[in-house]
Design a protein around this ligand. Structure first.
Ligand code: UDP
Length: 239
């Protein structure tokens, strides 16, 4: 099977890296995910990964503990930098070229994001890792993924989560919940389904970028999903 997408933005949540500990980076999980990401890049797909930070810090949690929200969001963005550096190293250890680009310049640590540097990196073989979110507080890395997908003219946003798609109800609570194979943007809004946060969803919809939701916990799922054979939900701007 081959991959029909030319350019892909993968949103990898921080939680996906934490494994069963629920916190930090599980080296075995990071290794497996880096291996799967590298395989996609090796197939010649132009692949960008937007990394989250929820396995370390989120501004909203820190605010509840008394931290100023903006400071907390900066901590969350710095958490994504650590995850992205770790992913970059795991990719390089597997012989995959990786360029880490930070939305907030930290030149001693990694290269800085501009649309030009990112487009150049996306044209090279290997993986471009986007860190520090968009660089502004009160946002998420879901919104970053939609923004980078629009800026990079990606064909699809692939969101790796803990659930293998979008369901009629929460599958952990409702045994009758059914997964959608394909759903339109309008249906997602009308039914009040949670796909990505509102800003991310609006950006993808306005730029007519499809969103795929799948579970990263299933080994081999990333490639299967991109080949169209795996288990996932496609939010289709053409539907
Ligand atoms: N964040 C931010 N601006 C951005 C992206 C992220 O302020 O553009 C902060 C925010 O506090 C967020 C945290 O970084 O909670 C980690 O990102 P996110 O929650 O999206 O991580 P994920 O859930 O994907 O692990």
């Amino acid at each position: 099977m081959s991959i029909a997408y030319r350019r892909v933005i993968l949103k990898l949540s921080g939680e996906a890296l934490a494994g069963s500990q629920g916190y930090g980076i599980d080296p075995a999980i990071m290794g497996r995910i880096a291996g799967e990401i590298g395989q996609i890049a090796d197939k010649g797909v132009s692949l960008g990964v937007v990394v989250g930070g929820g396995n370390l810090f989120r501004g909203a949690w820190l605010e509840k503990q008394g931290t100023d929200r903006v400071v907390g969001d900066h901590m969350g963005m710095l958490a994504t930098v650590m995850n992205g550096l770790a992913l970059g190293e795991a990719l390089k250890a597997r012989g995959v070229n990786a360029t880490v680009l930070s939305a907030t310049p930290i030149p001693e640590v990694c290269e800085s994001f501009t649309q030009r540097t990112a487009l150049a990196a996306m044209e090279r073989p290997g993986v471009t890792v986007f860190v520090a979110g968009i660089g502004n507080p009160f946002l998420t890395t879901d919104t970053t993924a939609a923004m980078r997908a629009a800026e990079m003219s990606a064909d699809v946003i692939v969101k790796a989560t803990n659930v293998d798609g979008v369901y009629t109800a929460d599958p952990r609570k409702d045994p009758m919940a059914r997964r959608y194979d394909r759903i339109s943007f309008d249906e997602v809004i009308a039914k009040g389904l949670a796909v990505m946060d509102t800003a991310a969803f609006a950006l993808a919809r306005d730029n007519r970028i499809p969103i795929i939701i799948f579970s990263i916990h299933e080994p081999g799922a990333l490639q299967a999903v991109l080949e169209g054979t795996g288990v996932y939900t496609l939010v289709d701007p053409g539907a």
